[in-house]
Ligand binder design. Sequence first.
Ligand SMILES: Nc1ncnc2c1ncn2[C@@H]1O[C@H](COP(=O)(O)OP(=O)(O)O)[C@@H](O)[C@H]1O
Ligand SMILES: [Mg+2]
Length: 266
Amino acid sequence: MRDVAHDGRDRSSEDYSSENSAGRTPADRGDPILQIDSVDLGYDELLVVSGVSLEVYGGELVGLVGGNGSGKSTILRAVSGMIQPRAGRILFGGRAVGKGSPHQMAEMGIAHVPMGRQLFPNMTVEQNLALGAYLPEPRKHRAGSLAHVYDLFPDLHGKRKVVAAALSGGQQQMIAIGRALMLRPKLLIMDEPSLGLAPRLVKEVMQAIRLVSQTGLPILLVEQNVKQVLQISDRTYVLENGKLVVEGPSKQLMGDEKIRRAYLGL
Ligand SMILES: Nc1ncnc2c1ncn2[C@@H]1O[C@H](COP(=O)(O)OP(=O)(O)O)[C@@H](O)[C@H]1O
Ligand SMILES: [Mg+2]
């Protein structure tokens, strides 16, 4: 665990002394699937994110938490190619991201579940899911991918002919996640999937995310809901005003009284 607010930003991979949830040390994990390396991000004159470094390794569920306006969505936009870093770099599977369009990022295997879900409310569950397989390669596997999504979320199968608007907020979020899975991604990035949901539904969605993670797909999960993220993620990064202030295995962050009070509001 690193309290980056107090020891600067020198965080080479050797600095991680703790084991991840799989009980392996970072040295065993190979190269990260996603490597965000000292990026500065912003809009026009506004610098929003500075010096942020973050990695996601194969099979990991990584949380990125922070208050409203701290820069979480901006980081996800950079990962999926919607904005370009002003400094630093982003590597996906060892290849530079950042000059690619969102379309190219999707082709490389990054699926972005956007904030607010953005479903077509008057289309059926299955029509919404099918839209996720819009690229040529995923389209060839559409039937198998649908079966995989229904396997993960059986409730959606029961409602596949129903319009999306008729489902609960939690189930609609599962459609949004399922649609992203239809792309057969190598990395899933999610922007505040629990936003606007009642507590019971938040739990349901978090369990759904955990299920997806258990299939081995690496996930970067952005949330304001710190407690929920710490409960399901392997590691968590905490962002404040565009800078990382603390990061580490979620269990350790949870168990550290000082961290909880200073950064997590728990
Ligand atoms: N398209 C944009 N143009 C200008 N400023 C933006 C834009 N999107 C976000 N911002 C600003 O960037 C900051 C961080 O926003 P954002 O990344 O959305 O934070 P978060 O997702 O953590 O709530 C905020 O101050 C916000 O006003
Ligand atoms: Mg946001």
